[in-house]
Design a protein around this ligand. Sequence first.
Ligand code: MEV
Length: 305
Amino acid sequence: MSGSVGKAFGKVIVLGEHAVVYGEPALAGALAAGCAVDVRKSEHGLPHLMLDTRVLEVSDADNGVCKSMKIAQDAAGLGALALDVTIRFDVPVGAGLGSSAAMAVALPRAMFAFAAKTLETARLIELSTQIERVFHGNPSGLDAHLARTGELGLFTKKDGLQAIRAKEPVRLVIADTGVGRSTQTQVSNVAARRERLGRPIERTIEAIGEIARMGADAVTKGDLPRLGELMNANQGLLSALSVSSQEIEHLVHVARKAGAIGSKLTGAGGGGCIIALAPGKEEEVAASLRQHSKTVVITTLGATS
Ligand code: MEV
């Protein structure tokens, strides 16, 4: 029996992570790569869940992926059926490129397609938010929005995404530190620091928001040197929030030394990926980063929009 497939995009935050949780804007775009979920009726009458090449125990109530599958399956009215579910990622998982949000969108899409039911946008947003919360308590909604729409723009919690058109294509080099981290932990650490230190952290968050706004303007005007400078300033402020790490700083400086005009962490930090802007020098920067990172790719921002 053929399966029903649900897909969603990964994402890259260019400017504004963490501050977006507090209502500030973030500049971000979807990646063409993301997550695909295949759902079919189990041939042997037993439920089966594959995560890439790993088999998961479907009834494991502590496993976030199993919990997510159950939310989507129940919502589609398939709770009683034994299903064969395969989840595949073509972005690194847990590395700041929106893999969990992509899964949070792809799972309901696949389940509703299998059930031959229409999935309204509002319901998809509800379900993806519920699933994202399994992995991290207080999502801004940015990752899930981009996973769903594949857009590029300036996102705020209040107004959603304001799409922008880049004057020049923005090519980014992405490199993975290979260090795993939890978005939930990073977001909670920032919240605790804001609670403890108050005003200086609030002002850092506001400054990041201002940088994201300026970055959106630079992308619209095709001013890549300004965008690069803003990325470097944003990295300094993320460091002030203590979400950078030795491994991130190392890759950021390798990229700058090789010719990147802007380089910073992307996503929640603490590990995961860095991005580098190096107009015309992407290959050289990628080659230098490959000496220190197993996963390096060159991508064009908002390639899907
Ligand atoms: C994670 O990709 C981005 C954060 O800003 C969290 C969020 O927006 O939900 C750190």
